[in-house]
Design a protein around this ligand. Structure first.
Ligand code: NAD
Ligand code: MG
Length: 296
């Protein structure tokens, strides 16, 4: 079965309960059971991003890996960023894309540093020969049950990864972008309905939507578009690295489809917003949350 075959969304992918499991942040793909589907074999490309040169952050795992693989299968060359300690996951993605006959370069680096953000954009431009799309998927969340025990360091890290890095990367990328280029950011349904134990995370995700919307208006005069994907619960390393094992066993069970989404189920949305077919779409959000609406 491929992604283009009509299927029942309730049973299309593994449903909970899942085996007990937990990880430390940032988490890794190979420790997950079941292994997430990033479209390595299931995604079918139809030539929607011919020759596009794309920088993807968070490209080693989860949603970013699925976005990178989908865009490569649609004809794009990609530069892949993640944390240096995620080298193993990054290399797997590079090899999958290399086997497709597309160019893939890995650019590890911690995005909480302004200079690193600028270096990664510069290296993407020089290795790909230009930049047609900036796809920002990297994100950080850490559970803090009570504001009185939430450290300034934790709050600062969430804001640095989710907001500052977005600003630094966009600022560095825009001068390299010709008319027709695109920016795609990644928020969360937590922007609308924050989890009480993820106060800082929900706040930054609302900020990403607002920033993207405003940036779209600002960049329209340059012919550059900006849009935001808003995921609901998706089966990625971020979850076992955030929640305890008992919760992960039942992750997504209470949602209308009775399961979390798989990363591959977001791939086509990134392709749509990053590529040429969405030419009149800018300042939009696209929610992919399995009928959960805002009530997660
Ligand atoms: P993931 O763990 O696979 O991806 C997150 C990635 O962020 C990591 O792989 C890492 O490479 C990157 N990252 C974190 N800190 C970084 C730093 N300091 N420097 C560079 N990179 C850093 O998990 P995912 O679920 O695929 O997350 C991707 C995006 O989707 C995130 O922005 C997340 O907030 C968002 N999201 C996820 C869900 C979900 O249920 N999985 C729901 C809503 C939104
Ligand atoms: Mg990762």
């Amino acid at each position: 079965m491929s992604q283009l075959d009509k299927q029942d969304p309730r049973t299309q992918f593994p449903q909970p309960p899942y085996p007990p499991q937990s990880q430390e942040l940032p988490g890794g793909t190979n420790a997950m059971d079941p292994k997430p589907d990033h479209g390595e074999t299931s995604y079918v490309g139809t030539g929607r991003m011919p020759g596009y040169r794309v920088l993807v952050t968070g490209a080693d795992s989860g949603i970013g890996r699925a976005a990178a693989i989908a865009m490569a299968k649609e004809g794009a060359d990609v530069a892949l960023n993640a944390l240096p300690e995620e080298q193993e996951d990054l290399e797997e993605v590079r090899d999958v894309i290399g086997d497709l006959g597309r160019k893939a370069v890995i650019l590890p680096g911690d995005l909480t540093d302004e200079t690193t953000c600028e270096r990664i954009v510069a290296e993407a431009v020089s290795t790909l020969g230009g930049l047609d799309s900036l796809v920002l998927v990297a994100g950080h969340q850490k559970v803090n049950e009570d504001i009185t025990t939430t450290s300034t360091e934790d709050f600062d890290l969430t804001v640095k990864v989710n907001l500052y890095a977005m600003f630094w990367l966009c600022r560095a990328a825009v001068p390299h972008m010709a008319p027709g280029s695109t920016i795609v950011t990644t928020a969360s349904v937590a922007a609308y309905q924050p989890q009480t134990r993820l106060l800082d995370y929900g706040m930054t995700k609302a900020g990403i939507i607002t920033f993207t919307n405003g940036l779209a208006g600002q960049l329209a005069s340059k012919g550059i578009r900006a849009n935001c994907i808003v995921p609901g619960p998706i089966w990625t390393p971020l979850q076992p690295a955030s929640y305890d094992s008992a919760e992960i066993e039942h992750y997504g069970e209470g949602t209308p489809f009775g399961r979390p989404g798989q990363p591959v189920e977001l791939g086509a949305a990134y392709v749509h917003l990053a590529g040429p077919e969405s030419s009149y779409t800018s300042g939009s959000t696209l929610t992919i949350a399995g009928a959960t609406g805002m009530a997660l």
